[in-house]
Design a protein around this ligand. Structure first.
Ligand code: GLN
Length: 458
């Protein structure tokens, strides 16, 4: 049924870069056989899922949205992929994304933009826009995204679904094509908080293949979602972050109205609402757009025309350096090149302290702001994004207009803490009624709090 739904709708939505119908049917059959053989299967066995194309999948093409990896078929599975397969989840295919996960609209895909199912002329957010659109278009009940600075939460918000960025280190990065290694984290999308929790439970856990994987077991997010669904938040302190409520402008009125009513709803469920201030959040955007490009410039050095994918100009007359240079020129898109240049500059010996070093200090200050705020509150809330889905083409020519999408999501990324987006209503401020998201942040390894509060709220 889901493959039929994809056939019927993906000509318009364009969520998928690759549909693996044969693999999906074989996986479904295998689950059936395991069931018939009397094997005890998990709750998601046989449930279809869409996988972001940044996650490596053995035998299934993986491009990370880039021409430089066009035609590459990985010889191994990412840990996330392996866990999904072992749980009997049926992978339908690979979803579109901004090239190497750099962007907030999926327009930086080297292949084509994806449409928001709520209004096909608008973006589905990014960089995991194929994964959010697939769930919102009912092509798959679940999907996997990755979030470096907001790429799960913002697409979830603008397509009206649930998305969770786990605590950094809670989900293995082994087999995620690296963008910014100190920030990258894979996580689940679903239509409800409980669905999302069930997928979270499958993918989380220690992995010796990832040196930043957390060795202690994570919290029981499924029980937390079930507890939350009872709708009682008495005793839970919810902090409203003053710096993320639009005082400096730039937030749409419809988003702020939805946020205020979400806070009222949380209060009506018994939560105690407190205001907290995190003054260093004002510098999160500047710090992120130094740290992420710096790490990307280093990570993307591996695309050297020798080991993977594209190779241009290798006709026996050119040096290795010329072939590398021609390949990288042809294989990377403009946003990726911009970030490689910014990052290489920020890491260069004369500027390292002034840019990269300074950004790392700001990162520490942001983590301290969170630590202080979490003495007064159990979770922190804000809008997920300052605006609803915008038109395809509207912001793509202006990098700064694109980067401000991440205003609310970047602090949690820099601090490595978990954060969820849950639908908080609709805003018709820019035309049709479009979804708005509520962001719920919690301390590291307290992902269960996001699930409890999210499930109570939805
Ligand atoms: N929009 C942010 C960026 O362009 C975040 C992307 C992400 O989380 N992968 O870097």
């Amino acid at each position: 049924a889901h493959l039929d739904r994809i056939s019927a709708t993906d000509g318009q939505v364009k969520a998928f870069l690759h549909v693996d119908a044969e693999g999906a049917l074989a996986a479904a059959q295998a689950v059936d056989e395991r069931r018939k053989a009397g094997e005890a299967l998990g709750p998601l066995a046989g449930v279809p899922l869409a996988m972001k194309d940044v996650v490596v999948t053995k035998g299934v093409p993986t491009t990370s949205g880039s021409k430089i990896l066009q035609g590459w078929v990985p010889p191994y599975d990412a840990t996330v992929t392996r866990k999904v397969r072992e749980a009997g989840i049926v992978m339908l295919g690979k979803t579109n994304m901004d090239e190497f996960a750099m962007g907030s609209s999926t327009e930086n895909s080297a292949y084509f933009p994806t449409s928001n199912p709520w209004d096909l002329s608008r973006v589905p957010g990014g960089s995991s826009g194929g994964s959010s659109a697939a769930v919102a278009a009912l092509q798959a009940p679940l999907s996997i995204g990755t979030d470096t600075g907001g790429s799960i939460r913002q697409p979830a918000a603008v397509t009206g679904i649930v998305g969770h960025k786990p605590t950094y280190g809670a989900v293995s990065r082994f087999g995620l094509i690296a963008f910014s290694s100190s920030l990258d984290q894979a996580g689940p999308f679903g239509r409800t908080v409980l669905d999302t929790a069930l997928l979270h439970e499958v993918i989380a856990g220690y992995d010796e293949c990832d040196s930043t994987s957390i060795p202690t077991p994570g919290p029981d997010v499924v029980s937390a979602a079930r507890l939350g669904a009872q709708g009682d938040l008495s005793g839970v302190r919810v902090g409203v972050v003053r710096e993320l409520t639009g005082a400096g402008g730039g937030y749409q009125d419809g988003v702020l109205a939805s946020f205020r009513s979400a806070v009222d709803t949380l209060a009506s469920l018994g939560a105690e609402i407190v205001e907290v201030s995190c003054p260093n959040f004002d510098y999160a955007l500047a710090a992120y757009y130094l740290i992420a490009p710096s790490e990307c410039s280093s990570n993307l050095a591996r695309f050297d025309s020798v080991r993977y994918g594209l190779r241009v100009g290798d006709d026996g007359t050119r040096s290795l350096e010329e072939v590398m240079s021609l390949t990288r020129e042809a294989g990377f898109g403009p946003e990726v090149k911009r970030r490689i240049m910014i990052g290489t500059y920020a890491l260069s010996s004369g500027y390292y302290d002034a840019y990269y070093g300074q950004a790392q200090k700001v990162r520490t200050l942001i983590a301290r702001d969170f630590a202080d705020a979490f003495t007064a509150a159990d979770v922190l809330v804000s809008p997920t994004s300052p605006f609803v889905a915008f038109g395809i083409g509207e912001r793509v020519a202006d990098p700064m207009a694109m980067y401000v999408n991440d205003l609310c999501t970047l602090p949690a990324s820099l601090a490595g803490i978990p954060a969820m987006s849950v639908p908080s209503g609709l805003s018709d401020e820019t035309g049709p009624a479009l979804p708005v998201g509520l962001q719920i942040m919690a301390p590291a390894m307290a992902d269960d709090r996001c699930y409890r509060v999210g499930a109570a709220f939805e």
